[in-house]
Design a protein around this ligand. Structure first.
Ligand code: GAR
Length: 192
């Protein structure tokens, strides 16, 4: 069995798609959902599928080894960030080298970095007059949105598209590709 842990700070629509995708899978499971926010809707979504959850605060995440120990005890193979807004500490990255991935709602390296999340990204894309945008799935390193790119896909921005419209186009791609990219990565890890 390959095991996924999902980190999310908010609604968790991507987390939901990933959980649904692997729900009946005999080789891959979502073993844990973690959040920095006790009121994040993603926790409810995990409960609905009887997936264990863990909420941590800044102190635990940045000044203790508790989260790393929890993930190691559960034999987690892949950490998936899905709308997780805190920087991942070095200790966690070192404990899971090339085993942490993130999804970003734009074509990195454009429109990334600290504070660039959700609709802020889409607003910047529109203000820059871009004719296309997309999604990026990438490995996580110590800097926001800078790790090696694993997958990108694009959509066209039509004249008159507003933030909600391009957010919707991006979300459709995210929901489609994130579970498949995760599956492919875990298949590659199978013999490691
Ligand atoms: C997703 O669109 C993801 O790309 C974005 O947060 C959203 C989470 O939505 N992440 C970032 O902007 C990271 N910089 P969700 O909670 O519905 O899955």
């Amino acid at each position: 069995m390959k095991r996924i842990a999902i980190f999310a700070s908010g609604s968790g629509s991507n987390a939901q798609k990933i959980i649904e995708y692997f729900h009946k899978n005999k080789e891959i499971e979502v073993s844990l959902v973690l959040s920095n926010r006790p009121d994040a809707y993603v926790l409810q979504r995990a409960d609905n599928f009887e997936i264990p959850t863990h909420v941590f605060d800044r102190d635990e995440f940045y000044h203790s080894n508790e989260v790393v120990k929890l993930l190691q005890n559960l034999n987690i193979d892949l950490i998936v960030l899905a709308g997780f807004l805190w920087l991942v500490p070095e200790g966690l990255i070192k404990a899971f080298p090339k085993r942490i991935i993130n999804i970003h709602p734009a074509l990195l390296p454009k429109f990334g970095g600290k504070g660039m999340y959700g609709n802020k990204v889409h607003k910047a894309v529109i203000e820059a007059g871009e004719q296309e945008s997309g999604i990026t799935i990438h490995y996580v390193n110590e800097h926001f949105d800078e790790g090696e790119i694993i997958h990108q896909s694009k959509y066209k921005i039509d004249k008159g598209d507003n933030v909600d419209m391009i957010a919707y186009k991006g979300q459709q791609l995210e929901h489609h590709y994130y579970p498949k990219v995760i599956e492919n990565l875990l298949k590659k890890y199978r013999n490691n």
